[in-house]
Design a protein around this ligand. Sequence first.
Ligand code: ADP
Length: 278
Amino acid sequence: MSNCDSCASNKSCNQKGKGCNKIECKYGKFKKIIGIISGKGGVGKSTVTGIMAVKLAKAGYKVGVLDGDITGPSMPRILGISNKRNLIVQKEGSEEVKFIPAETELGIKVMSLNLMIESEDQPVIWRGPVINNVLNQMYVDAEWGELDYLLIDMPPGTGDVALTVMQGIPLDGMVIVSTPQDMVSMIVKKVVIMAQKLNVNILGVVENMSYIKCEKCGEKIRVFSKKSAEEQAKYLNLPLLSEMPIDLDLVENLENGTAEKYICDKKDYDELISKVCK
Ligand code: ADP
C-alpha cells in the first residue's frame, strides 16, 4: 500500500488517511507521474512519450520513462539506447532484487522489457497477469531516485494492463494521443471514458499526425481529415494540448537512433510541454 507522503497523487487525492490500493515504488520518489495513452496502436503514443521526455529533460527536469507497452516496447529505440541494458542487482544474502534503469545522453532514466531480453526482436508470449506483474515490478523495484517526472508509455487499449496502471500507480494525470481519423477517435474515446470512470485526471489530447507542412509555402495541409483538431478534441470533450505534424525528419532520426538530439532542437514540440507543465 502506498505511503501518502511519498505519493504523487497526494495533493489531488480524496482518499487520504483512508488507505488506498496504490502500489509504492521502493527506490524512487516522483513529483509527477504522467501516463501517455491511446486506445489504438500506431497513433504515436510512444513517440509522444519520447518527445515529452526529451523536452522535459532539456528544460532541466529530472525525467524517467517506464515503457509500459510490455509486448511492443519501443522506448529504447525512440530514445536511442537499444544497445544499453537494464541491470538486475541482487543484494548479498537477500533475495531482494533491484533494477537499474538505463540512461540516455540527456540523463533520462528508462526501464523497458526490451532492455532486459537478449535481442529486441524476441516476443514475450505471456498472459495478462504475468505482464501485469512485470510492469508493476519495473515500477516498484527500479532505482529511479528522485525525479520530477515519471512518464509511463501505456499499452494500447482498455485491457488488463491499462487497468493495472490506472488503478495501481498513483498517476497525476494522463495525456491522450489521437490522430485525425473518426475511427481512431471513436476508439480513443473508450480510453477517455475508462479513465473518467476510474477517476484518473486527463490533462488533454495531443493530435498527432495532424498535418504536413508544405516545404515551399509553409501551409499546413490536413491529410487524414477535413475536421479541425479543435473539432476532434471537442468530440473527446478534452482540451487540445498540441497538434503535431507528420514529420519525416523525426522518423529518420528515430530510425537512426538520433532522435534525442533532433527533438531537443525542434521548437514545434515546445507548446505541448508548456501546457503539460502548467
Ligand atoms: P504507438 O506507440 O501509438 O503504437 P508509435 O509512437 O510507435 O505509436 O508510432 C508508430 C509509427 O508512426 C512509428 O513508426 C513512428 O515513427 C511513426 N510516427 C509517430 N508519430 C509520427 C509523426 N508525427 N510523424 C511521422 N511519423 C510518426
